[in-house]
Design a protein around this ligand. Sequence first.
Ligand code: SPV
Ligand code: MN
Length: 619
Amino acid sequence: MLEMLKSKMDGASFARLSALDNEEVFDFVAKAVELCDPDSVYVGDDSEESRRYCRELALSNREEMALNISGHTVHFDGYFDQARKKEVTKYLVPAGETLDSKLNQIDRDEGMSEMEELQRGAYKGRQMLVRFFSLGPAKSVFGIPCLQITDSAYVAHSEDLLYRGGYEAFKALPKGGEFFKFRHATGEVDERMTSKNPELNRVYMDHTKNTVYSVNTQYAGNTVGLKKLSLRLALRKADREGWLAEHMFIMNVNGPKGRGTILCGAFPSACGKTSTAMIPGENIVGDDLAYFRVVDGEFRAVNVESGIFGIIADVNSKDDPVIWDVLHSPGEVIFSNILVKDGKPYWLGMGEDIPDEGVNYCGEWKAGMKGPDGKDTTPSHKNARYTVRLNDLKNKFADWDNPNGLPVGGIIYGGRDSDTSVPVREAYSWEHGVCTMGATLESETTAATIGQEGVRKWNVMSNMDFLSMSVGHYIKNNLEFAKEIKRPKVFGTNYFLKKDGEYLNGKLDKSVWVKWMELRIHGEVDAIDAACGLIPRYADLKRLFSEVLGIDYTEDAYVAQFTTNIPKLVEKLDRMDAIYADVEDTPAEMFEQMNAQRTRLEELRAKKGDYVSPFDLEG
Ligand code: SPV
Ligand code: MN
């Protein structure tokens, strides 16, 4: 086998591969060579030379094009390949095994033969890239070594920005040591290097073999193995080993006297996740994926990634100065699916005039053009993105890469809801928060999403798309995690409360909510019991609004934002009862917490009526 592999690669690549002395790696590489039939194979390590090789290959094979600023490139995905595709993302289930009936799945043998057919000969005329990365810090209890095989230099380049190198971790791996592996094949492409056969896009996950396959797609959410493909595998591994893999940002909030407190947050898309992680004056640790473990008796978290694959729409110089600066300075940045005119990138909501022609996700684009499906097009796709290294952000947390993780003070579950929940509230306990804030997380559809506006979508811990077990089992894992130690406080946020069609909060108000949470974690402010959690006192918010934003926070604003809306909160419990009646393995605790919340709300209603001002609660 090694002889066959040797014939496909140069001496340096072969030396790097054979130095690993790992049969499972050799087998996976050999299988890819036999099946996909590349002209040649490149094996990289953690060196700058390997990174440069992939970066330059992405340019020479036209998966990326250089932009005016040095180091900046643009990558395009096909018109029908602009996001993750749930319908074609399936678990390969071996005969005799059952997965939760709500998970998208296919018989393993059937799925494997379909995938092999689609990938057979797919690397002909191309070079196969073999790269090694680490999920989480490599030399750490959190780290998971990963092997990525792909014929896309854009995928490898993205991974060099988004993940820590893992070649040395593979070298140090004991015999039989566990790792994740990914085999992606670009498939047939057109002259723009985008899929000719997007209808044949498949993402198949073999959770029994820690392996994910994908084909006929370029979009990073389907191809970059370490991002969402790995999250499904990590959820299974975490389940086996008693830790948690979450779809959360991590940030450091600066408290009084130089104190820092780590908050992690799960927000479905378009609920304020990245903007919270990037609040001016605080520090970002990560914006998308977190692993939690108990380390030395503490609840600790690592950023699984080392970069950001962020939505670029609405990034502007005023609201997002840190990202804006990175996107306008020399250095490695991959823009994807934005509009390019004369070597300059443009995107929706950037706060500048956007040209009415250029090159974008449609190809040569002109304003008013319809897409191949007859739909209206936009200058830049609403899911257009930037890929950058965390180290390039001025507001990164200095200790973001700590191999022991960072001690977590609080967890936030953030939804989008126009009429039910107050802007910020604290759970009575870990269990109360996990059940009534995380497991009942909802997001309303917006004008930017497909379908009707204002429809509530249930999204457990914002991790729903990635669950590789039943919802009930996942909630149970959250409830049971870290039982023996002090758990973080849990908070619920909602930045989207409206009255008469107008938002009740300013965009920057979240800066105040995180400061309040930070003080609560250290027991430095009191709170008011509002039957579904603890809410801030007026005096504390008045002071914080003044200190943080220089705003005079009025009693009227406080009443409008923090009135307990009992009819709407009960409606939410009704919705959740109906949903959970149909969820397999729901822990009893879930129903207990929801019933207790209902009782508290009904008792409050009997005393104070349907709508209870926070001043009425205080009194
Ligand atoms: C998300 O959609 O949650 C993302 C981008 O972070 S993707 O890579 O598509 O998952
Ligand atoms: Mn995400």
